[in-house]
Design a protein around this ligand. Structure first.
Ligand code: A3P
Length: 323
């Protein structure tokens, strides 16, 4: 067993030392692993750790997103749906715990063995979250047949949200990244877990091939018609709302609990920190910026809009997916 571990460590190190590099958003470089770009070696190590060790059960559920696609919204929504018989809304763990501390982020928590804050809040089956691309999910995940919920958001809002989030996380020794430069990187596919289009298409195709296993949901759709999509989500997850629950407005209460305004104004989300890579701390409040559809209009020029629209159209051509 120890020999196996040692061999795996060596193999991982060899792979890591030969990764392709490009200019980074947070650190000097970002790294290419299995066709996708990662913001640090620590995250690549985390992804490898997940690939080699994470064995979900059939009943577990995996939430997958690209960073800044609304993970901070869907974590609490799905947690609240799955655990609604365990908790009362007035004493719900989401009122005192960050969504990020309730739903483990696989390539960070498990690899770095950051303890889950409150084991009392975990009832099997469990909800996990990752940003790993479909083609890099391990055979364990595929064999488990666990359900996968993929959330995507329009690329212009993802870009703007990423830019403002990472601006503050960027290594202070580096020159700041301008919006124009960041945009150029994004359009070249050099974004977090990018290329954006390859990430999205991987799960889009999977959702068409195995619709009972992979649900593909857009942030904008959830914003527009929350109750319809929450019901759909709950059904897919295997936790449909009963007629009785519908009468009691349970879905509505969950949406209220998880609304941007409600979560963002909780003390825990206004004050606390969470640990990200390399022991960096990120203040919880930074996960709640605007929570709007179309904020990109305030930040991108008409030329940028046009360029990105054309690029995305071309990359998604023939897939049936559009933004
Ligand atoms: P903006 O930067 O556009 O405001 P992630 O959680 O994947 O990092 O995504 C963060 C984005 O989701 C941010 O977008 C954030 O404001 C938004 N968000 C966080 N909580 C939300 C909520 N409860 N409802 C809607 N959007 C939310």
């Amino acid at each position: 067993d120890e020999d196996d571990k040692e061999r795996a460590r060596k193999r991982n190190n060899e792979i890591i030392s030969s990764l392709g590099k490009e200019e980074g958003w947070i650190e000097e470089y970002m790294y290419e692993y299995q066709g996708f770009w990662y913001p640090s070696v620590t995250i690549v190590e985390g992804v490898m750790w997940v690939q080699q060790n994470f064995k979900p059960r059939h009943e577990d559920i995996l939430l997958v997103t690209l960073p800044k696609s609304g993970t901070t919204w869907f974590k609490p929504l799905m947690f609240a749906v799955m655990n609604r018989t365990h908790f009362d809304l007035s004493t719900h763990p989401l009122l005192t715990t960050s969504p990020h501390d309730l739903v483990p982020f696989l390539e960070l928590y498990l690899h770095h063995k950051i303890p889950f804050p409150n084991p009392d809040t975990f009832y099997p089956p469990q909800l996990f979250q990752t940003h790993i691309p479909f083609t890099s999910l391990s055979q364990y995940v595929m064999e488990s047949q666990c359900r996968i919920v993929y959330i995507c958001r329009n690329p212009k809002d993802v870009f703007v949200s990423t830019f403002y989030f990472l601006e503050k996380s960027r290594d202070k020794k580096l020159t700041p990244l301008s919006l124009e430069k960041a945009f150029e990187l994004f359009c070249k596919g050099l974004s977090l877990y990018g290329p954006f289009w390859d990430h999205v298409l991987g799960y889009w195709k999977a959702s068409l091939e195995v619709p009972d296993r992979v649900l593909f949901l857009k942030y904008e759709d959830m914003k527009r018609d929350s109750s319809f999509h929450l019901k759909r989500l709950a059904e897919f997850m295997g936790y449909p709302f009963s007629v009785e629950e519908e009468k009691q407005g349970v879905a509505h209460d969950i949406l209220e609990l998880c609304s941007f305004e409600n979560l963002r104004n909780l003390k825990v989300n206004k004050t606390g920190n969470i640990i990200t890579t390399n022991n960096n701390q990120v203040e919880n409040h930074r996960f709640f910026r605007k929570g709007e559809v179309g904020d990109w209009k305030r930040h991108l020029t008409a030329e940028m809009e046009d360029g990105l629209n054309k690029l995305i159209e071309q990359k998604l051509a023939g897939s049936g997916l559009a933004f």
